[in-house]
Design a binder for this molecule. Structure first.
Ligand SMILES: [Zn+2]
Length: 202
């Protein structure tokens, strides 16, 4: 018990480690610092961070998808002070095991979804699939084959229709071929739909 307590205290002192991460798409690459607070989270943090950065790169692009990857190379520090810091950060993780993870490569491809148009009738859209066709237990949902589902919903306030197609069987992803895993489309607001389904109901 006593040892455990000492370890926790040490971990609290050294709480972050900065790793160089290179994100690349088809045409370019950029290096950043990935900051992690625990050795277990390197891969998940790297994927999350890379997707966020790519989202920024492509924020002005048309909807579609981007095929991209990341790479982390990390060398064992040579000076004793940094080495000690690293060992403290790792706590009970053997140093060798940690270093064996590098270089670490991963996929961070993203879909570029359109901005959600503002709701003209309310602060936010209120999406419902209540009045759609499809099976009764699951209105507004269709299996389109090829590992994808289609979801339809309307906004209760303005009648805008949202169509989402998203991949559920990851083996059918064709992002590398330029087909997004997820797409979203929004129609114009439709007051007739609101009049027919929402106002009549009230
Ligand atoms: Zn709306």
């Amino acid at each position: 018990m006593k040892d455990q307590k000492v370890l926790n205290e040490t971990k609290e002192e050294t709480t972050e480690l900065s790793l160089p991460i290179r994100i690349h798409d088809d045409g370019s690459s950029e290096e950043y610092d990935l900051v992690i607070t625990s050795p277990d989270e390197i891969e998940s943090e790297a994927i999350g961070f890379s997707k966020e950065m790519l989202g920024n790169w492509y924020s002005d692009e048309k909807p579609g998808c981007v095929s991209a990857g990341f790479e982390i190379e990390f060398d064992c520090p040579e000076n004793m002070e940094e080495l000690t810091e690293l060992a403290e950060f790792l706590g009970d993780t053997p140093l060798k095991e940690f270093l064996d993870q590098f270089p670490l490569y991963g996929d961070c491809s993203i879909d570029i979804l359109p901005d959600v148009p503002d709701c003209p009738e309310a602060e936010e859209h209120d999406w419902t699939n209540e009045f759609e066709n499809g099976c009764t237990e699951n209105p507004g949902v269709w299996d389109t084959g090829n590992g994808r589902m289609k979801y339809i919903a309307h906004c209760r306030h303005c009648g805008m229709m949202r169509t989402t197609i998203s991949l559920y069987a990851s083996g059918n992803s064709n992002r590398s071929g330029g087909v997004p895993d997820e797409t979203e489309e929004y129609s114009d607001p439709n007051p007739d739909w609101v009049a027919k389904y929402i106002e009549e109901e009230e």
